[in-house]
Design a protein. Structure first.
Length: 248
């Protein structure tokens, strides 16, 4: 059986009379990419925010590696093995690629009792930073100022910063947004490389990329799930074609 690393059960989020996420259940397994698609306002970002711990569900349950983490804040979930990237860039543009990765790693390897030791001498965070940059394909750009990277390289750096915290689960919010064809190919290759050791949730609007990389696709409309299936099953769903792909 596949190892389930993250599970959301009957998740609902309401703001007053608005239901942004409506009774959504989802499972992420090691070695797979699970894509969540839907039009703007479908509830995708709210779902990923609940899974990451940024906002609490109105009802439902979130499990990480078998533990109930529904009430855990985001930093605690991150230390427990959950990494997250955002739609907007969250890098430190004036720092080098290496320093961005080291700072992310440092958040995972905090050692408050060694206050007399420079964080820049922490071997654990230095090693984690270098490994993460290499996995993300940035080992030749360690000294490059992050703000000078191309758009695609910045997105790679964001994933490298996630990897520096040594997560088992990756929640990636539109990592392909704004990319050209070559950058998209590079990112898809990176996701394929990361797939074996991680459970990956991919929120993405690039349908060609989604159908190429995803092992399973969940389709959201108006906060609810209308289908969750293999890419082939989603392609063949008349309800999905009508609601999302605009076909009748």
């Amino acid at each position: 059986m596949s190892e389930i690393l993250l599970r959301g059960q009957e998740i609902t989020r309401r703001w007053g009379g608005l239901t942004a996420v409506d009774n959504v259940s989802i499972e992420l397994t090691r070695g797979s990419v699970h894509a969540v698609i839907g039009t703007n306002g479908a509830g995708k970002s709210t779902l990923i925010n609940i899974l990451s711990g940024e906002i609490a569900p109105s009802q439902g349950r979130v499990e990480l590696a078998g533990h109930d983490v529904t009430t855990w804040p985001q930093p605690r979930r991150a230390r427990a093995g959950l990494g997250r990237s955002y739609q907007r860039s969250t890098i430190f543009p004036s720092f080098s690629v290496f320093e961005n990765c080291r700072l992310a790693a440092q958040a995972r390897t905090q050692n408050p009792w060694s206050w007399w030791t420079s964080a820049q001498q922490c071997e654990a965070s230095i090693s984690a930073a270098r490994i993460a940059a290499r996995k993300a394909g940035l080992d030749d750009l360690l000294d490059r100022e992050a703000g000078l990277l191309s758009h695609g390289q910045k997105r790679q750096l964001e994933i490298a910063m996630c990897l520096a915290t040594e997560p088992e689960v990756l929640l990636l919010d539109e990592p392909l947004a704004g990319m050209g064809a070559e950058e998209t190919e590079r990112m898809l290759a990176l996701l394929a490389d990361l797939r074996p050791g991680h459970a990956i949730l991919l929120v993405e609007h690039d349908m060609d990329a989604v159908f190429r990389i995803a092992d399973r696709i969940t389709v959201m409309v108006n906060g609810g799930v209308i289908a969750s299936d293999t890419p082939e099953g989603i392609r063949n769903s008349a309800e999905v074609r009508a609601a999302y792909l605009g076909e009748h």
